[in-house]
Design a protein around this ligand. Structure first.
Ligand code: TRH
Length: 403
């Protein structure tokens, strides 16, 4: 059986065998004589309709840095690009990676394109990698620039999580780790929690910047309207069964623990947003109703009418949902992780260090019992008010690149 499995994963080449890592197919490059500066974003997906928190942040960061640099812009996507998707981007045109055009461009840069075509590279091309595979693929661009122009530009690596943690200890773990150990890399961390974690792991970068998460602008607009909605006895959970770091199994068992241990639990309803799955039957006839991934407006409405939130994250990054739940005034249960502790973010957060079924269940009881104290939204906090952290580092990176 194991023999069969391995033989399926191994590719036969002329006279040798190797494992299929085609998604890491390196970028092949060709020289461009264009002297203008260009900022490139390499991102797994460009379709805004399919973006979650991390990709939206990457795009926003790129747009702000690009605006500040006043240079040409190019977006490279690991997944499909088509005319419909490109319409989502004002002033951009779809091109091939070999082409040079006057306008800002969006190109597919997946496995097939990398095999078929060579990426046009300028002397003053700067790249932002946004996920470990994008960094891995771009690694040899700097070498090409050195050979062709005598000098390479630094790669900006937007690090939004400790990605080896998405896998077990394995080949992938080490391959991702290798992306944090290359020269000429400027690390930009999403949150100081994450940066501190990397520092404790002793990674070294040629330069480092960090910004704190801020509230998504659609959610901010909703919050600023100050819509008064009556809070219901509803517990909203961030439920993503297929994303390990959101700890779905722990979450479900903790809900059962709460139902078991809290004398008035029959008065409460349970709803899950974030991903589609079949409703889960809980203890005492209760159900966790899944509403799937909502639009941001629908999500804002739910955040306004639920009283308690539970959002778990096994990672040094805070993740967005617990911050959003707290910003909308919900009593929010989340876990600590090593030195991550979101208690200081808001009084609405109940930060649990005993991350067991019992520990989380107990915190949910505390949360429901705190509800009569009232619901305070954080509309005036720095997190809601905007992107100050962002703007500061954009200016700092600009002066570094212009030097
Ligand atoms: O992109 P994500 O998977 O988040 C990532 C990870 O947490 C990651 O490890 C970290 O690197 C990075 O963010 C910074 O998804 P995330 O952040 O969990 O997505 C939350 C966003 O999705 C949130 O800002 C609002 C939006 N959202 C919806 O649009 N609809 C919904 O129903 C829900 C629940 C959220």
């Amino acid at each position: 059986m194991i023999k069969l499995l391995i033989s399926k994963m191994i590719e036969k080449h002329n006279g040798y065998e190797k494992f299929d890592f085609s998604y890491l197919e390196p970028a092949r490059c060709r020289k461009s004589n264009n002297k203008n500066m260009r900022l490139n974003l390499f991102i797994p997906n460009v379709d805004k309709k399919k973006m979650f928190g991390g990709q939206t942040t990457a795009l926003d960061f790129f747009m702000q840095l690009g605006k500040s640099l006043e240079c040409d812009l190019r977006i490279l996507s690991e997944r499909e690009v088509n005319e419909e998707i490109v319409k989502q981007y004002d002033g951009y045109e779809m091109t091939n990676i070999e082409q040079e055009i006057e306008k800002n461009s969006i190109c597919a840069f997946g496995i097939e394109e990398r095999k078929k075509n060579r990426l046009s590279v300028r002397e003053k091309d700067y790249f932002i990698a946004t996920y470990w595979t994008t960094k891995y693929v771009l690694n040899n661009v700097a070498e090409f620039q050195k050979e062709t122009f005598g000098k390479a530009t630094d790669i900006i690596y937007l690090i939004q999580d400790f990605e080896p943690g998405f896998y077990r200890w394995s080949s992938e773990y080490l391959l991702i780790d290798s992306t944090y150990r290359t020269d000429n890399t400027i690390a930009v961390f999403n949150s100081s929690n994450l940066q501190n974690f990397f520092m404790r792991m002793d990674y070294k970068f040629s330069d480092m910047y960090c910004f704190e998460p801020c509230l998504n602008s659609n959610l901010r607009e909703y919050l600023e309207k100050d819509v008064i909605v009556e809070r219901k006895k509803k517990i909203l959970v961030y439920g993503r069964p297929y994303v390990g770091r959101n700890c779905f199994s722990l979450l479900i068992n903790a809900l059962n623990q709460f139902i078991e241990d809290y004398e008035f639990s029959n008065e409460w309803e349970f709803v899950s947003a974030g991903a589609d799955f079949k409703d889960v039957k809980l203890k005492k006839g209760k159900r966790l109703v899944s509403v799937g991934k909502l639009t941001l407006d629908e999500y804002a409405e739910l955040l306004s009418e639920c009283s308690v939130g539970v959002s778990l994250m096994c990672s040094p990054h805070p993740s967005y949902p617990p911050l959003e739940m707290a910003a909308f005034g919900m009593k929010t249960v989340t876990n600590t992780f090593q030195d991550k502790d979101l208690a200081a973010f808001s009084d609405n957060i109940i930060s649990v260090s005993d991350v067991s079924f019992k520990g989380i269940g107990k915190a949910i009881i505390q949360a429901v019992e705190k509800c009569p104290e009232g619901f305070i939204n954080m509309r005036n906090s720095a997190y809601v008010k905007g992107n100050a952290g962002y703007s500061i580092i954009v200016d700092q990176i600009k002066s570094k690149l212009m030097r």
